[in-house]
Design a protein around this ligand. Structure first.
Ligand code: GDP
Ligand code: MN
Length: 378
């Protein structure tokens, strides 16, 4: 789960990190009032779950409350990477001497949390990795011991020479690691970590993603979920307990089991098509889940064909067939549906589908090839 910058800053503050104060506004009026309280010179920052807000015009400096109001008017309602801005963070404008990057993320290959730090902060870290890889130091953390003092010190000296800054940065590394591990993050990032003219470090941007599997154990963090800021398809899929990932193709896939879903997507590619999504309706799927799945898939305008691939084990094919029939009654589906099902209660399922005017396949190759051909012509 992604959270907003202002929420990430709350977690950082609890871990003791040097975060400037700030508050969220949803209207230009509120923005002006908050700017007044903060002394007038503020930054107005779009709160959306995406990076690069600065480049998109979603981070603006204001020298007066009136100007903060104008910026809030422009930023609220703005679309950044397809997400509409509904909140802005109002925070004091800081003077910046230098900007560094400090992030912790999960390195799957090393199976551990890994720090990435760079004195070239502020910008896209991916760009630094490409153009100047030597400017990034990577430090894996052994989960048995946590971040060790010499590791924190090494990163701090990679970023700064001044002993006062090195001391502060060493502390920042430990605090960030604590925030990362205590909140089961998959990412915790400060970009930029700035040096102020007074020679202090401040975390003026914060980006955090939480491991979804940890949310039941972290009710306070789970409460940060902002469904208004998520793509509607993802919210709907989560509420229906479906695993769903939107992709760029035009073949809508509805499959039971993650492995079969991957195999189906491979086969779509093999026959020259492109999947519009990954969707696993799960093990024991009741008809309601199938209806929800079809609502999500058909809401995507790029979907030209819908492909069901069901291997009935615990999932009963007749449940899926009933779900498909039920869905066509509840929602107006213009997109053709190609169905393959085999396994538990296959005979009953085929009868249900036949009665409703659907034909079904039992061969996976055949159904995928046919669906892909249709999508190519549509
Ligand atoms: P992002 O573009 O989404 O990463 O948003 P950031 O919060 O990182 O802001 C982008 C850039 O705006 C930063 O790298 C800074 O250069 C600049 N910026 C943000 N806040 C301030 C501030 O308080 N004062 C100054 N002078 N610049 C700021
Ligand atoms: Mn940033």
């Amino acid at each position: 789960m992604d959270i907003h910058e202002y929420q990430a800053k709350e977690l950082f503050m609890k871990a003791g990190l040097p975060v400037p104060p700030g508050e969220v506004a949803t209207t230009p009026d509120q923005a002006e009032k908050l700017a007044q309280e903060l002394g007038g010179r503020v930054v107005v920052k779009a709160q959306v779950h995406t990076g690069g807000r600065g480049k998109a015009g979603g981070v603006k400096l204001a020298s007066s409350p009136e100007e903060a109001r104008k910026h809030a008017e422009a930023i609220l309602g703005m679309s950044i990477n397809g997400l509409t801005v509904q909140k802005v963070l109002i925070t004091p404008a800081e003077d910046i001497t230098s900007e560094a990057y400090v992030g912790v993320l999960i390195d799957r290959k090393k199976q551990s949390a890994t720090f990435m730090v760079s004195p070239e902060g502020g910008v896209d870290i991916e760009a630094v990795a490409e153009t100047n890889p030597d400017a990034i130091l990577r430090v894996p953390v052994d989960p048995r011991y946590g971040l060790l003092p010499h590791q924190a010190y090494r990163m701090a000296t990679f970023l700064y020479e001044d002993p006062k800054l090195v001391k502060q940065a060493t502390r920042v590394m430990h605090q960030l690691y604590a925030a990362f591990s205590e909140n089961s993050c998959s990412l915790a990032e400060i970009n930029p970590l700035i040096v102020t003219p007074e020679g202090d470090l401040k975390a003026i941007d914060a980006k955090v993603s939480i491991d979804d599997n940890a949310l039941p154990a972290l009710p306070e963090v789970a409460a940060y979920r902002d469904t208004d800021a998520e793509p509607p398809s993802e919210t709907k899929a989560r509420e229906a307990a479906l695993s769903f990932v939107k992709l760029d193709g035009n073949v809508g896939c509805c499959v039971n089991g993650a492995g079969l879903a991957m195999a189906t997507m491979d086969l779509v590619k093999y026959y020259g098509g492109d999947p519009a999504n990954f969707l696993d309706i799960g093990g024991s799927s009741n008809p309601d889940k199938v209806v929800a799945a079809l609502e999500i898939i058909t809401a995507d305008p790029s979907v030209k064909v819908i492909l069901f691939n069901i291997f009935g084990g615990i999932t009963r094919c007749d449940d899926v067939a009933n779900g498909i029939v039920e869905a066509t009654k509840r929602i107006d589906i213009q997109t053709p549906i190609y169905i393959r099902l085999t396994g538990t209660n296959e005979t009953e399922a085929l009868a249900i589908l036949k009665d409703a005017g659907f034909s079904a396949y039992t061969s996976m190759d055949e159904v995928v090839e046919t669906a892909v051909q249709f999508a190519a012509q549509a």
